[in-house]
Write a protein of this length. Structure first.
Lengths: 258, 554
């Protein structure tokens, strides 16, 4: 896993305003708040009931053990692939899709911030087998400059939801939608220029199996042909190559011009 | 390029625009970054390899299991027959394949069809070992609401379930004990063919049993046409199943859709088997009753005689009860002569085998022991007798409900030293935490003994296993032991093929065959000769038919 799980989790709960009770030797104890209890603890009836009673309710504490050698017994062992982590990752992916952020600038004179459209995109290649590729692309909505690996270049900056003192934003010259389309025409060009050996292989396999199937049903009665039709569909489903484009997340970032 | 569908989800930019208009809500920088990282850690960068392994760090997969999962996915494109020998972990391989497809996002809707008695075990293993949220079917809950469901084929094929299931586009269908659907004329077969499915896994330990046409049928579920169509196949290969070994081309074709690992080529023999015959002598009183029973029964039908003698070799109780039942049945003429024997049995001391069992368990020490017996009366007796000697035990029977079985297994694991099981109880429970087994009496079908041993000598067993086979000298148990078990050297090589061999010889039931020999023979000498013949013919058939078997499947 590309991330340090323990600090990832601490950051996650801190960002959701949960109190970290302790974090030692890979044992993280956190007091959930109502929002996170509802998101993670899967007890809708409790919350329904308690709210009906007109009470606040008691969010649960949660102990997550990332250190697999820990002797701690009270708590959940959490690791890559464990249901709890999957739940947290899915919660992130579902809820953190849209943003608008301003670079934190410590300025004492007027500073202009340029709007950038940042889109993180997952391309899935699906045929016999499947693989994914991720692109992070930023487009300056003033001058049309485009950058790849955008997220990496944002990592050493700080952002907040409000604009810093002495800063002002410049109104975009490129409309949001046409900016978005520019980004995707680059992606489409990239897909177009790439050799898709995997798709060729999948189509070949599809053809071979369709031939076998037709041979299998040769000379059969009509009612069997329904069955063949169904199996042809199954084959298409399994082998027909496709490319799926999905936006992981994205938004507008106001960046200083330095 | 022109043949590739490009699917572009477009709602993102509209929603972003809306949010900008409404001034939020927006993600904070921290959470936005984390969501991106979350995606980066879960994407699949390569077409090849098993990502599932990173997701399941608590599992110790064996090399052949990983290899099999890869092969099923990468070479067989998700449609395969998994035909490992019993105990090598077909369930594990299947779970790994499911997990991999789920991680890659290729599979969401899964239907798992298994024998009714194994439903709960499948659900448990998938959830606990693979974190795959499989559920059992509950009444009044619509089929299309389940993503991953485990059920029996008998439930699934019944109306109205059948119609509901056939309507669903499943991404993956898994069928355990798939040899049960090998016949293309059955409703089960037709049902499985009609399912809408992308990927399909068929699990079986006995892939080719009777006829070559059965392998044709199984393959035709996965890949119709792979072996030609029905007519052309029959024409070319007929119904003779030997040909699969002779026809290299056919064998290769089958290898493209089937993986078969054997104990031998997986070197799973880390945990070795130590099999020991424990000879027990009856006390003189017991021999006297045994011989008297043998003599007395000449006028009665020999079938019951064999049964009673077998029971006496197991426990007084087993024999006593059924003799009494026989004597009380007024249709049995001359039954009065039995009364003195019944009386004598009632007065016998404790059974010689039971004494030996206690001795042996004390010798084994604190280890867990599983005892198999053929009779319920013996099971009860043993439980009581062990208790008298301060040995704790729990019973286990086929008739127990699943919940009770699990409970007994847990009691055995945590509290009791001994589990006493009857035959039917042996199916489908896994007791790898135990490595001592006493076969208090031997089944007359060696396949069943193998299944018993398979309960403890299986994937996950880390210690050597010790098997003690009990037999009483100078009784019919001696014949069974010497002529069936020792002679055939079953544990060496024949055992995995026994079903096939019997099919080859047109023997329906091994046990029936042995019983018939016992019944129809008028002397011990005759029994010996006939059993000897049976053993020889099995050995002979095995040598002729299965020399090449190891090359079959890959």
């Amino acid at each position: 896993m590309a991330i340090n799980l323990n600090s990832f989790l601490e950051d996650y709960f801190t960002a959701h305003h949960c109190e970290i009770l302790s974090n030692q030797d890979g044992v993280l104890k956190v007091q959930l708040n109502e929002k996170m209890d509802r998101a993670l603890m899967n007890r809708p009836f409790y919350w329904h009931y308690i709210k009906k009673m007109g009470r606040d309710g008691d969010p649960m504490p949660l102990t997550l053990i990332t250190n697999q050698d820990s002797l701690e017994e009270q708590g959940e062992r959490i690791h890559f692939g464990s249901p709890r982590l999957q739940q947290i990752l899915n919660h992130l992916k579902e809820h953190e899709r849209y943003t608008r952020l301003f670079e934190v600038v410590h300025a004492n004179e007027n500073t202009a911030l340029h709007p950038w459209l940042v889109v993180n995109i997952k391309i899935s290649y699906i045929g016999k087998l499947k693989k994914d590729e991720v692109f992070s692309i930023g487009l300056n909505l003033i001058n049309g400059i485009m950058k790849t690996e955008m997220m990496d270049s944002l990592l050493d900056k700080d952002f907040q939801a409000q604009i810093s003192d002495y800063c002002y934003t410049i109104t975009p010259l490129i409309k949001l939608k046409s900016g978005y389309n520019r980004i995707f025409s680059v992606i489409n060009q990239y897909i177009h220029d790439t050799e898709h050996e995997w798709a060729k292989e999948s189509l070949e396999e599809l053809e071979t199996e369709v031939d076998l199937l037709k041979h299998f049903y040769e000379g059969d009665r009509d009612e069997d042909l329904d069955q063949m039709e169904k199996e042809l569909q199954d084959l298409n489903e399994r082998y027909k190559p496709k490319i799926q484009l999905k936006v992981i997340n994205g938004g507008i970032f106001y960046l200083s011009t330095k | 390029m022109k043949n590739i569908d490009i699917i572009h989800e477009t709602s993102f930019i509209d929603t972003l625009e809306e949010k900008l208009d409404q001034d939020g809500p927006f993600s904070s920088w921290e959470l936005f970054k984390m969501a991106y990282d979350a995606e980066l850690t879960t994407i699949t960068k390569d077409f090849h390899g098993l990502r599932a392994l990173e997701f399941l760090p608590h599992m110790n997969f064996l090399p052949h299991q990983i290899e099999t999962a890869k092969q099923a996915i990468e070479e067989m494109n998700g449609r395969a027959i998994l035909a490992d020998e019993v105990g090598l972990g077909k369930t594990i391989e299947a779970g790994l394949i499911l997990k991999e497809y789920m991680i890659r996002g290729l599979v969401k809707k899964i239907l798992i069809l298994v024998p009714a008695s194994l439903v709960n075990q499948w659900v448990k293993e998938l959830n606990e070992k693979f974190f795959i949220p499989a559920a059992t079917f509950r009444k009044h809950y619509p089929w299309d609401q389940y993503d991953i469901i485990v059920t029996s084929i008998d439930t699934a094929k019944r109306s109205p379930h059948r119609e509901a299931i056939l309507d669903i586009n499943y991404d993956l269908i898994l069928i355990d004990e798939a040899h049960k659907i090998k016949n293309h004329k059955t409703k089960n077969y037709e049902f499985v063919r009609a399912l809408k499915k992308k990927y399909c896994l068929l699990l079986t330990a006995t892939p080719v049993q009777n006829q070559l046409i059965e392998i044709f049928n199984l393959v035709s579920i996965l890949k119709p046409g792979h072996l030609g169509n029905y007519e052309s196949f029959l024409e070319k290969y007929g119904r003779d199943r030997k040909k699969i070994n002779q026809d290299v081309y056919l064998k290769q074709l089958v290898q493209k859709v089937m993986v078969r690992n054997t104990r031998k080529d997986t070197m799973l023999d880390n945990a070795k088997r130590h099999i020991e015959t424990v000879w027990v002598d009856f006390t003189p009183e017991e021999y006297e009753v045994y011989n008297e029973l043998d003599r007395t029964f000449q006028p009665f039908s020999s079938f019951s005689k064999i049964t009673f003698l077998r029971e006496l070799c197991s426990s007084r109780e087993a024999c006593f009860l059924s003799l009494q039942k026989f004597a009380n049945d007024e249709e049995n003429q001359g039954r009065e002569v039995l009364l003195p024997i019944i009386d004598k049995i009632g007065q016998l001391p404790h059974h010689a085998k039971a004494l030996r069992v206690v001795e042996l368990i004390k010798q084994i020490g604190d280890e867990k022991v599983i005892i198999f017996t053929e009779y319920r009366a013996s099971q009860l007796y043993l439980q009581w007798y062990l208790q008298q000697h301060g040995i704790t035990s729990v019973p286990f029977r086929g008739g127990f409900k699943r919940g009770k079985k699990d409970w007994m297994k847990q009691l055995f694991k945590d509290k009791a030293q001994v589990l006493i099981a009857t035959e039917a109880g042996g199916e489908g429970i896994n007791l790898q935490f135990c490595n001592y087994m006493i076969n208090y009496d031997l089944p007359w079908n060696p396949m069943r003994l193998e299944q018993r041993i398979g309960r403890i000598h299986r994937y996950g067993q880390e210690k050597d296993v010790y098997i003690y086979n009990f037999a009483i000298r100078h009784t019919l148990e001696e014949h069974i032991m010497k002529l069936l078990y020792e002679k055939i050297a079953l544990f060496e090589k024949v055992i995995g093929h026994l079903d096939d061999i019997l099919a080859e010889l047109n023997i329906d039931s091994f046990e029936g065959e042995v019983k018939a020999i016992m019944n129809e023979s008028s002397s011990t000498g005759e029994v010996k000769i006939k059993l000897d013949n049976l053993a020889s013919i099995i050995q002979h058939t095995h040598q002729n038919t299965f020399q090449e078997e190891s090359h079959y499947g890959n």
